[in-house]
Design a protein around this ligand. Structure first.
Ligand SMILES: *[C@@H]1O[C@H](CO)[C@@H](O)[C@H](O)[C@H]1NC(C)=O
Ligand SMILES: *[C@@H]1O[C@H](CO)[C@@H](O)[C@H](O)[C@H]1NC(C)=O
Ligand SMILES: *[C@@H]1O[C@H](CO)[C@@H](O)[C@H](O)[C@H]1NC(C)=O
Ligand SMILES: *[C@@H]1O[C@H](CO)[C@@H](O)[C@H](O)[C@H]1NC(C)=O
Ligand SMILES: *[C@@H]1O[C@H](CO)[C@@H](O)[C@H](O)[C@H]1NC(C)=O
Ligand SMILES: *[C@@H]1O[C@H](CO)[C@@H](O)[C@H](O)[C@H]1NC(C)=O
Length: 698
């Protein structure tokens, strides 16, 4: 099916993209331009439209020497135009064939423009001097012309685009005999292109005759082959013959079978990226025999067994390793200790069921990002200074006190382990005072004590999750909140669920104006819900367009990917894990406390709130009349309170509502009519106490 072949197609390798600084956009010499070429450029200009009313080609005038125009570069001896830098000029319209007059043009960059889904002109294939052609996100659509395969001098071809480019065959690519970098990502393969075709493409370059040197130069370059293609089947062992190959990128395919040991012969390989496949069998020492240059290993989400001896000393020094969700355990991968250049290590869900070796914690101090979550790694957390930017140790069997943090640490997730001791010891440690911590998740541990101390040292916090610990103390929540509100205006996520909290919710909590997720459920909080909810600005106002200031903080991007914060929420009565969409969620969950009084009327201004759960309290009075203006609400749970009165008619305006539970209250009257509310199960509409009215839409 063509649909499953829809994204990446093929890309080759890299390393040669010339970069020119702006000063090169104009020729500095005194040669003057060729009149014929000048007229060709003026014709080219007249074909362009300028959808955004910028005037990037204003210097292109008949009166001036074309070698002095912006974005044009001439050969400084002949005055012939060699380079056109037309990227990011907001150009659209037509590319005039007058371009063909520029017979010595070798560099053409039209990337990031607005060619509004017109086809790539096939005459580009006749520009025999071209060495560099960049059409990245230029806005072209349709069939990529086979004629481009005539560009035998081309070193660089970038057709990466999210617009609708497609190829019907890849045979023309074999004409690109000088190519060093080819990127066709996201082009659509209308016809199935299978291994056979790719092999034909390679067998061209690998057959005996070419190896003997008939096309030695092109061979030299095509050896840098890096193929990314959607296909199924095994990795052919002949790939091991491409001894100059530096990057093998076969991620996200339907590759099956085992990984051929011949890959271990690729002595120039820098990147081996075979993750997200259905490859089976083992990877062992033999697969890496000669891979001494390997820096980047990506085998994640692939049912491979990484089975090496405990005393293995790999030939490589990795910088990036993503081995999540493949089988590495049960033993701790001791070979990691040999890796001294590692910056990023992802090894979550890899079946490690072992003690962390004694060198482990010291060893992490040079690793920028480390994710060992969802294993069964045991061991004491020593009194050590952690130094990684992102540390995800969630769901293991670490025990002991919380470690100290250096000023580098931005994310510490050590949830769901067996960490114990008073949390204040951690919060107040001198070492921690200069911290830049943005995310702290220590939920599901055995921490204890008051949480009221030292919050002023934690001003960078955005996400704080202390849920499900044995925190105790009288009225301490009201004691700590005033400190937070002065200092923690950036806090987006406050989750103190199931933490043994007592006392009232102090009104000053409303000053956490960036808050999007407030989860205080399952504590012993009493007293009224503070009457100041309207100050939760982030729940009142939609996100400003193009402003991702806080959002970015839940994601840590780096060269090879990103780490995304995740959180378990209970939006509609059951737990869901939020990752990428965490930043879009706004939730108030105060359920299962001992809250009394009425639902504050001003709650209805929280028009961006998605989920509201006030169930299992002692709330009285009626539902605020204007609840219908909370137009983003998807879920309301007010069950098991002492609420009464009629259901406000405005509720029928809640067009996204898909979960509603008002059961075990004392409501009266009729259900307002609306298509949305009628979707709910109409079984029991008697508004007496014990009314059961809870259902999802059909
Ligand atoms: C002409 O360009 C070449 C390289 O492009 C450079 O080495 C040379 O110095 C330039 N000559 C003049 C006169 O600018
Ligand atoms: C790979 O190389 C081996 C030995 O060098 C040779 O026997 C084999 O035919 C080659 N495979 C291909 C597909 O070129
Ligand atoms: C801590 O990390 C920084 C950079 O992330 C690094 O420069 C420094 O050497 C590390 N410190 C230790 C003690 O490893
Ligand atoms: C906690 O870790 C255990 C395994 O140690 C796992 O089974 C469980 O699902 C985890 N719970 C959460 C909430 O992550
Ligand atoms: C709940 O609050 C009421 C007063 O509103 C109080 O009498 C009762 O003891 C509280 N229960 C718990 C479990 O805190
Ligand atoms: C329920 O509400 C009715 C009035 O609608 C009232 O008469 C009754 O006492 C209430 N029941 C309880 C248990 O509060």
């Amino acid at each position: 099916m063509s649909a499953s072949f829809a994204t990446h197609v093929l890309f080759l390798l890299w390393f040669s993209a010339a970069t020119f600084s702006l000063s090169f956009y104009k020729t500095e010499s005194s040669v003057s331009c060729n009149e014929k070429e000048k007229q060709a450029l003026l014709t080219l200009k007249s074909g362009f439209t300028n959808p955004r009313n910028l005037n990037p080609l204003s210097s292109w005038s008949d009166q001036e020497d074309c070698c002095r125009w912006d974005r044009v570069r001439c050969d400084n001896k002949t005055g012939r135009v060699t380079h056109l830098y037309l990227m990011r000029t907001a150009l659209g319209g037509k590319i005039s064939p007058s371009l063909l007059e520029l017979e010595l043009l070798n560099y053409l960059d039209l990337s990031e423009n607005y060619f509004n889904c017109t086809p790539i002109p096939s005459f580009l294939g006749s520009m025999a001097s071209l060495r560099h052609l960049n059409l990245y996100e230029a806005g072209f659509c349709g069939l990529i012309p086979h004629q481009l395969g005539n560009l035998s001098s081309l070193h660089y071809l970038n057709l990466r685009s999210y617009s609708h480019l497609y190829v019907d065959t890849l045979r023309w690519i074999s004409g690109l005999s000088s190519i060093q970098y080819l990127d066709l990502s996201h082009a659509n393969l209308h016809r199935e292109v299978d291994w056979l075709q790719i092999m034909t493409l390679l067998e061209l370059y690998l057959d005996e005759s070419s190896l003997k040197g008939e096309i030695p130069e092109s061979l030299g370059q095509l050896k840098h082959l890096k193929a990314v293609i959607r296909f199924s089947g095994p990795i052919p062992s002949f790939l091991g013959n491409l001894s100059e190959m530096r990057a093998l990128d076969l991620q996200l395919n339907q590759l099956n079978g085992s990984v051929p040991k011949s890959l271990g012969l690729l002595s120039n390989l820098v990147a081996l990226l075979i993750g997200n496949n259905v490859l089976t069998g083992t990877l062992d020492e033999a697969h890496f025999t000669k891979l001494s240059k390997l820096k980047n290993l990506e085998i994640s989400s692939t049912p491979l067994f990484f089975n090496v001896n405990s005393n293995w000393v790999p030939p490589f020094q990795l910088e990036f390793a993503d081995m999540s969700s493949c089988k590495i355990g049960p033993n701790f991968p001791t070979w990691l200790q040999t890796q001294r250049s590692l910056h990023f290590l992802f090894m979550s869900k890899s079946g490690i069921l072992d003690k962390a070796p004694s060198w482990f914690w010291n060893w992490t101090s040079n690793i920028d990002t480390i994710d060992l979550s969802d294993n069964h790694i045991e061991g004491d957390v020593p009194d050590i200074l952690l130094n990684s930017t992102v540390l995800n140790l969630r769901s293991n069997h670490f025990k002991g006190r919380l470690p100290r943090l250096s000023a580098n640490v931005k994310v510490l997730n050590i949830a769901n382990n067996s960490i114990y001791g008073p949390i204040s010891t951690f919060l107040c440690k001198k070492m921690n005072r200069k911290n830049k911590l943005e995310v702290l998740d220590v939920s599901n541990n055995f921490l204890s004590g008051e949480i009221s101390h030292c919050w002023r040292y934690w001003q960078s916090l955005i996400h704080l999750n202390l849920g499900t610990n044995s925190l105790s103390g009288d009225n301490h929540l009201s004691g700590i909140i005033p400190l937070w509100v002065r200092k923690m205006r950036n806090l987006i996520i406050l989750r103190l669920r199931s933490s043994g909290l007592k006392g009232k919710i102090p009104p000053k909590i409303c000053q956490l104006s960036s808050l999007r997720i407030l989860d205080l459920a399952n504590n012993s909080l009493s007293g009224p819900i503070p009457n100041c909810l309207k100050n939760f600005s982030a729940m009142v106002l939609p996100d400003p367009l193009n402003e991702d200031v806080y959002f970015d903080s839940l994601e840590y991007d780096f060269d090879y990917g990103s780490y995304i914060e995740s959180l378990m929420l209970v939006p509609k009565g059951w737990e869901l894990n939020y990752e990428e969409n965490l930043k879009f969620v706004r939730i108030i969950d105060l359920s299962s406390n001992n809250l009394s009084g009425s639902i504050p009327v001003d709650i209805s201004v929280l028009s961006e709130l998605h989920f509201l759960n006030l169930s299992r309290n002692h709330l009285m009075g009626s539902i605020p009349e204007k609840i219908g203006s909370m137009k983003q609400l998807e879920s309301i749970d007010l069950s098991r309170n002492l609420l009464s009165g009629e259901i406000p008619p405005s509720m029928s305006n809640l067009s996204f509502l898909s979960y509603l539970d008002l059961s075990y209250n004392n409501f009266s009257g009729r259900i307002p009519s609306s298509t949305q509310l009628q979707l709910f199960d109409a079984l029991s509409y008697t508004w007496q106490s014990s009314t059961l009215w809870s259902s999802s839409p059909k």
